[in-house]
Ligand binder design. Structure first.
Ligand SMILES: Cc1cc2nc3c(=O)[nH]c(=O)nc-3n(C[C@H](O)[C@H](O)[C@H](O)COP(=O)(O)O)c2cc1C
Length: 224
């Protein structure tokens, strides 16, 4: 696998899509891989929603604008096309801190991995745990980055979206979960329209918006 290209592509934002669905086994793999990713003290403070239903995705697309963009009439057509993907993954913050404490660790995975035997579940508020929103964001960041990398490695394109109408998104997610407290981030996954630049946004097969694109960034790195 050419991991450099995979990560370079994951850094870009695909904003238009073909109708080709993401294969069921690929969806399962992406979900499994990204929810495997580590969290501080193994706490669980987010949930993942995976949408493939077209009506739900249409709704997500319609609320994928931040409040400011929405209020500016000259940007009324601005849309996060990445949210029209055949698979839309949404990470939502929860308050529940659920932790798997393993008492019989040997090496690598504990013997009771994947079983509920000896599982001590401790429900605490984030405040009691000292868990901050920053830590929670890290958990979502680590998980969503794994999702993008795995999806790219399977031959799909991806696009992140952090700007949504937050109240409406929360209301939408609450249909599916009582635990979700806040929208964190979303990732569109699918195949981009062939021969079409990634930043073209389509609605009903019509090119409605051209997003800006960004170049490669350089993060200062110290090799010591
Ligand atoms: C956490 C996160 C949130 C993002 N939210 C948005 C967003 O709300 N709207 C948007 O247009 N792009 C969003 N992006 C996409 C980035 O802007 C994009 O990856 C970057 O612009 C480089 O890709 P590009 O050259 O294809 O634009 C987000 C990316 C990340 C990692």
């Amino acid at each position: 696998m050419d991991w450099l290209s995979v990560t370079e592509n994951a850094a870009k934002c695909q904003r238009n899509w073909t109708d080709e669905p993401v294969k069921e086994e690929d969806i399962e793999l992406i979900i499994k891989a990204c929810t495997n990713m580590p969290t501080r003290k193994n706490i669980i403070d987010y949930e993942l929603f995976a949408f493939t239903d077209k009506e739900h995705i249409k709704h997500i697309f319609s609320i994928a604008q931040d409040d400011l963009d929405f209020s500016l009439s000259n940007r009324a057509k601005y849309h996060n096309g990445q949210m029209m993907a055949p698979l839309v993954l949404i990470w939502g913050r929860t308050d529940i801190v659920d932790q798997y404490l393993i008492s019989d660790y040997t090496e690598g995975y504990a013997d009771n991995e994947n079983t509920n035997n000896d599982r001590e579940v401790d429900y605490r508020s984030p405040e009691q745990d000292g868990t901050s929103v920053t830590t929670q964001s890290m958990h979502v960041g680590i998980s969503s980055s794994a999702a993008a990398i795995v999806a790219q490695s399977l031959g799909y394109q991806t696009g992140f979206c952090g700007c949504v109408l937050n109240d409406e998104m929360l209301l939408f997610l609450k249909q599916f979960s009582n635990n979700v407290k806040e929208f964190s981030v979303a990732l569109g996954v699918g195949k981009g329209r062939p021969g079409v630049p990634r930043n073209y946004v389509f609605e009903n097969d019509e090119h409605v918006y051209t997003n800006s694109v960004f170049g490669r960034k350089t993060i200062t790195t110290y090799r010591i």
